[in-house]
Design a protein. Structure first.
Length: 261
């Protein structure tokens, strides 16, 4: 049995019922599939049982990647990349009718999600995005306004993605067992072609500035972003609000006016 590497945030999914539950969220037959972090290939095996058109595996761990390469060397529909997903041009390999799966390392899961959100071409070619997060992070990503978990990640994610469904997974479904519960979230891209990447970059900057003092009123920090005239042009933007009291739609209006230096 392979030992999981803490440095790579590895927790291998071993519960076959959960694996089937994840894959039953979407249609796989004759679809193009990308799997991020296949690890030992438990999800991979079940994906193949559903007869995809193509399957791309992106695995950073050289030992695990080599095992997968050896195991599937005669399977013509599989391409395996032994590389860091954060350095991999995933958009380049995303074809029409693609579903993307990822049992993500907890330590970089938010970075992977933001990488997907930064696809240059939108709407993207993928139809479904199914990611597993640490429960606490998942709640921050999918939270709506107003709620205690509403913040930077939910504002940025909501700009380009719709949450379709979610469910929790206990630590008993993994080896080694993580100390926290996990959450599977099924996203679909919003189809508007007006959701340009420049606004995502602006939202990152804006939310970083405002949420750096999330318990304080925005009156000082908002002036690092907009002029007083611009602030006054947004009717629902009040200087005495706190970052968590501002609706996503207002953040998107701020992003339209904000000029990145």
């Amino acid at each position: 049995m392979n030992f999981a590497k803490k440095s790579l945030g590895q927790n291998f999914l071993i519960d076959k019922n959960i694996i089937k539950k994840i894959l039953n969220l979407v249609s796989i037959k004759n679809k193009n599939i990308i799997e991020i972090g296949p690890g030992r290939g438990a999800l991979t095996e079940e994906i193949l049982n559903h007869q995809p058109k193509t399957l791309i595996l992106v695995e950073k761990d050289s030992h695990l990647a080599n095992k997968l390469i050896e195991k599937y060397k005669n399977n013509k529909i599989i391409k395996i990349f032994n590389t860091d997903i954060l350095k991999f041009d995933i958009e380049k390999f995303t074809k029409l009718n693609t579903n993307i799966f990822g049992n993500l390392p907890y330590n970089i899961s938010s970075q992977i999600l933001v990488k997907i959100l930064k696809y240059k071409n939108w709407p993207p070619k993928f139809d479904n995005l199914i990611f597993m997060f640490q429960k606490e992070l998942g709640e921050k990503i999918i939270s709506s306004y107003p709620s205690k978990n509403y913040g930077r990640l939910s504002i940025i994610s909501n700009y380009r993605l719709n949450v379709i469904r979610k469910f929790l997974i206990s630590p008993n479904s993994f080896f080694p067992k993580p100390k926290v519960n996990s959450m599977v979230v099924h996203f679909q891209p919003k189809k508007s072609d007006l959701l340009d990447i420049s606004k995502i970059l602006k939202l990152e900057k804006i939310t970083n500035i405002l949420f750096s003092n999330k318990r304080k009123m925005i009156n000082k920090n908002i002036q690092k972003i907009l002029t007083l005239n611009e602030i006054n042009s947004i009717s629902d933007l009040k200087m005495n609000l706190r970052p968590s009291e501002i609706k996503p739609e207002i953040y998107y209006k701020i992003a339209e006016l904000f000029k990145i230096n």
